[in-house]
Design a protein around this ligand. Structure first.
Ligand SMILES: [Zn+2]
Length: 235
């Protein structure tokens, strides 16, 4: 994979709500920045929204996407700010924090159900995971286990392994639908507690599971013989 042009600040500090960045490229409805706090849509998690500001202009960022080795901040029209200008970047933190909470919650859900994940999505009000499973897990049971893990206030931590290590340990990959985020030969691993969950992930997470707050299992659905869908929402 090519080296990403934009430095991803959200990977080192997902709690950073604003930063000053430089515009390095402009398209008809997007801008590229030298570094960004906007999470680019991927791995089932929605892209960030927010604003970028110059001294006398404010531009809405409607979405953030990844295209090959570039992160594009989507604007409603072409902006008339020169390349090289610095801008104040501010993400819609309320929305992003909900996305972080729900994303982390899905890691916990993943740890409760012993099956590979075949699909999933995270929005700011709900999350879902599909599991390669031949029976429907019990809704109440899932709810109790999930809320117990949240209240356990486990720490979320990061480490990096080489692509070779990952290739030699294919069981570390729990999600069949999303390729692990490979970058410059290393993979970021996300760990919750000592050994509650450990898997490659490029998304944004809260620091401690209690930040998620209480959740409800709103649905456990049959989506085919080997596909069971679990939907989670905030209580
Ligand atoms: Zn994650």
């Amino acid at each position: 994979m090519n080296k990403l042009i934009t430095k991803e600040i959200f990977k080192e500090d997902p709690y950073k709500k604003n930063c000053i960045s430089k515009i390095i490229n402009i398209g008809n409805n997007w801008v590229e920045l030298d570094e960004t706090i906007f999470y680019a849509e991927g791995g089932g998690q929605l892209g960030d929204t927010g604003i970028i500001k110059t001294q006398n202009k404010e531009i809405t960022i409607e979405n953030t996407i990844r295209e090959n080795n570039s992160i594009k901040h989507i604007t409603s029209s072409k902006i008339d700010i020169g390349i090289g200008s610095t801008v104040d970047c501010i993400i819609d933190w309320e929305r992003r924090y909900k996305l972080m909470k729900m994303h982390t919650c899905l890691h916990l859900l993943c740890s409760i159900i012993d099956a590979k994940v075949t699909g999933g999505s995270v929005t700011d009000d709900k999350g879902r995971l599909d599991f390669n499973l031949d029976f429907k897990p019990n809704k109440e049971d899932l709810k109790i286990k999930l809320n117990n893990l949240i209240q356990g206030n486990y720490e979320v931590s990061y480490s990096w392994i080489s692509e070779k290590e990952l290739d030699e340990n294919p069981n570390l990959v729990k999600t069949m639908s999303v390729a692990p985020p490979r970058r410059n030969g290393t993979i970021r691993m996300v760990r919750i507690g000592d050994n509650i969950d450990y898997q490659p992930c490029g998304g944004t997470h809260v620091k401690h599971t209690s930040e998620i707050g209480s959740v409800n299992i709103t649905k456990v659905e049959n989506k085919g013989k080997l596909n069971k869908r679990v939907v989670v929402s905030f209580l």
